[in-house]
Design a protein around this ligand. Structure first.
Ligand code: NDP
Length: 253
């Protein structure tokens, strides 16, 4: 499968978790992938090494999101990496995946925490899209990772869910704006998905979380990566502005 040969992609937060799986999957499809991270250089380097071992092409880009100058810093690294490898700065696929969860009760949510969540999860994706559009040729793809928590109540994650509700709006409104350029933009909403949070090492906790899915298991990063790869390809050319429920049936009630 080389559906994305000749394409370039940026996956934010792809040193770990589902971002890592998406970066790996897009590279398997032939895309040159920018593996973005902020702190875990070791993990990001490992992703690139694995992709290259598999015959793919990737490079790392570091930038902390949610702080002044974040988008500028990211694009400095991105454009230099792209230019070096392709002779151009075209970016065909943007996956806004990097995000932070809250994990705080409503009464313990401080204004500082609230602002941090919005800065990383909602503000950064908006300005990344704004900047990426300068580099994105017609027919490009934008995929935003939101969350099933925009439709499934969890009082410990109110502020986080608000940020993801804001991210959902990006697809609706940008889809109309970008249609004339044949650029699609969609939301992918994971349910509980395995990452390196220690909770996934506790069998009783995993069993409890699994019960939220219709399939009685927690999501794997690859479950989401496959959806991202589909939306990034030509087969998804007629899908834009949509909310893709990738929660394994958690939202069925
Ligand atoms: P992980 O927690 O496994 O990884 C987070 C990634 O984002 C890492 O690559 C990390 O970089 C990067 N990152 C975090 N904060 C920043 C920041 N301020 N600036 C730049 N990069 C940052 O992620 P998950 O796979 O769990 O989640 C991915 C996305 O999916 C997130 O948007 C999350 O909200 C959403 N989601 C997750 C669910 C889940 O159950 N896991 C459920 C629903 C939605 P580094 O390695 O350098 O720290």
């Amino acid at each position: 499968m080389n559906r994305l040969t000749g394409k370039t992609a940026l996956v934010t937060g792809s040193s770990r978790g589902m971002g890592r799986a998406a970066a790996t999957r897009l590279a398997q499809e032939g895309a040159l992938v920018a593996v973005h991270y902020t702190a875990r250089k070791d993990a990001a380097d490992e992703v690139v090494t694995e992709i290259e071992k598999d015959g793919g092409r990737a490079f790392t880009v570091r930038a902390e999101l949610g702080v002044p100058g974040d988008v500028h810093e990211l694009f400095l690294g991105l454009e230099s990496g792209l230019r070096e490898r392709t002779g151009s700065t075209d970016l065909d696929i943007l996956v806004n995946n990097a995000g932070v969860m809250g994990g705080v009760k409503p009464e313990d949510t401080t204004p500082e925490k609230f602002d941090e969540l919005f800065a990383v999860n909602a503000k950064a994706p908006f300005f990344l899209i704004q900047r990426a559009l300068k580099n994105m040729p017609d027919g490009g793809r934008i995929i935003n990772i939101t969350s099933g928590l925009t439709r499934f109540a969890n009082p410990d994650e109110i502020a986080y869910a608000m940020t993801k509700g804001a991210v959902d709006q990006l697809a609706l409104h940008f889809a109309k704006y970008l249609g004339p350029r044949n650029i699609t933009i969609n939301s992918v909403a994971p349910g509980i998905t395995r990452n390196d949070n220690p909770v996934f090492g506790i069998p009783e906790a995993v069993e409890q979380m699994a019960q939220l899915s219709a399939f009685n298991r927690v999501g794997e990063p690859e479950d989401i990566a496959d959806v991202v790869a589909f939306l990034a390809g030509d087969e998804a050319r007629w899908i834009t502005g949509s909310f893709v429920d990738a929660t394994g049936g958690t939202l069925l009630g």
